[in-house]
Design a protein around this ligand. Structure first.
Ligand code: NDP
Ligand code: 8X3
Length: 252
C-alpha cells in the first residue's frame, strides 16, 4: 500500500491532492493547523482511503519531529511527501511591510518545508524507487512583481533546494519535483490580504484561474510517472495570465 504525507491539507491544493490520491486508494496523512477541517476531510474520504488527520504547524520543529516519530505503521511505508503548506502575507512594498510577516513566510515556506523533508527523507529512501517529494513553488520564484519580495524569494529557495536535493538523492530512487503554479483560486489571497474577502475576490474577478484540482492533477501526474522518470519542474499558468514588460521609473 502506498502512503502519502501532505502538508497544508485543510484547504486549496493540499485538500484537492488528498482527494485525488484517495481515488487511487493511497493511505494519506493530512496535516494542517485547523483540526475541524482535517476531521471533516478525513470523514469525507473515509470510504475511499485510510486517512490520518494530524494537527501540525510546520513552523514548530519539535511538533514535526513528534508527528513523524509517532506515525502509525500503516502510514510509515511512505512513498510520497507533498510540501504544500505555505502562504504569502501582504503585497505592500518591502520598505513598508511588516517584519513579522516576513518571519512567518520564511518559517512556514522554507523552514517548515525543510523540517518535513529532512525528517521524512529516511522513510522515502527506505521505500526506494518510485518514491517522491513534490514541493509547491510558484511562478513568483522565477518572476518578480511589486510586493512579491519575501514570498517570491521563499519560492526561489524551494526551486533551488528541489534541484539540489536531486543531486544528493542520486542513487536512492527518490524523485523530487518542484511545481510552480501561477494564478490559482483557493484561500491563498484571503490569507494574503488578512481575511479581506472582497480584496481577495478582486484578484480573480473576470479571470479563469487555475483550480486546486488542476494542481492536484499535476502532483498526481508527477508522482505516478514510471520509476525511471523524474519530473524536475512543472511551471503552469492559467491561460488568461501571461508576462508583462519591465517597469521603468521616469523622472518626468
Ligand atoms: P490555501 O491558503 O488554500 O492553503 C494553504 C494551506 O497551507 C492550508 O491548508 C493551511 O492550513 C496550510 N498552512 C499554512 N501555514 C501552515 C503552517 N504553519 N503549518 C501547517 N500548515 C500551514 O493556499 P493554496 O492551496 O493556494 O496554497 C498551497 C501552496 O501553493 C502554498 O505553498 C502556496 O504558496 C502555493 N501556491 C499557491 C498559488 C495560488 O495562487 N493559490 C500559486 C502558486 C503556489 P492551516 O491554515 O489549517 O494550517
Ligand atoms: C502564488 C502566485 O502570482 O500570486 O504563488 O505570486 S502569485
Amino acid at each position: 500500500m502506498s502512503s502519502i504525507f501532505i502538508t497544508g491539507a485543510t484547504s486549496g491544493f493540499g485538500a484537492a491532492t488528498a482527494r485525488r490520491f484517495a481515488k487511487d486508494g493511497w493511505s494519506i496523512v493530512i496535516t494542517g493547523r485547523r483540526e475541524d477541517r482535517l476531521h471533516a476531510l478525513a470523514e469525507e474520504l473515509s470510504g475511499q482511503a485510510k486517512v490520518l488527520p494530524l494537527v501540525l504547524d510546520v513552523q514548530d520543529r519539535a511538533a514535526v519531529e513528534a508527528a513523524v516519530a509517532g506515525l502509525p505503521e500503516e502510514f510509515n511505508q511512505l512513498r510520497a511527501l507533498v510540501n504544500n503548506a505555505g502562504l504569502a502575507l501582504g503585497n505592500t512594498p518591502a520598505q513598508s511591510c511588516d517584519l513579522d510577516d516576513w518571519d512567518t513566510m520564511v518559517d512556514t515556506n522554507i523552514k517548515g518545508m525543510l523540517y518535513c523533508t529532512r525528517l521524512l527523507l529516511p522513510r522515502l529512501i527506505a521505500h526506494g524507487a518510485g518514491a517522491g517529494i513534490v514541493n509547491l513553488g510558484s511562478v513568483a520564484g522565477d518572476y518578480p512583481y511589486p510586493g512579491s519580495h519575501v514570498y517570491g524569494a521563499t519560492k526561489a529557495f524551494l526551486k533551488q533546494f528541489s534541484l539540489s536535493l536531486r543531486s544528493d538523492l542520486l542513487g536512492t530512487g527518490v524523485r523530487v519535483t518542484n511545481i510552480e503554479p501561477g494564478l490559482s483560486e483557493s484561500e491563498f489571497s484571503v490569507v494574503r490580504f488578512g481575511g479581506d474577502k472582497a480584496k481577495a475576490d478582486a484578484v480573480y474577478a473576470g479571470t479563469e484561474p487555475l483550480t486546486p484540482d488542476d494542481i492536484a492533477e499535476s502532483i498526481h501526474w508527477a508522482l505516478n510517472q514510471p520509476k525511471h522518470v523524474n519530473i524536475n519542474r512543472i511551471q503552469l499558468m492559467a491561460t488568461c495570465q501571461a508576462f508583462s514588460n519591465f517597469n521603468i521609473h521616469r523622472n518626468s
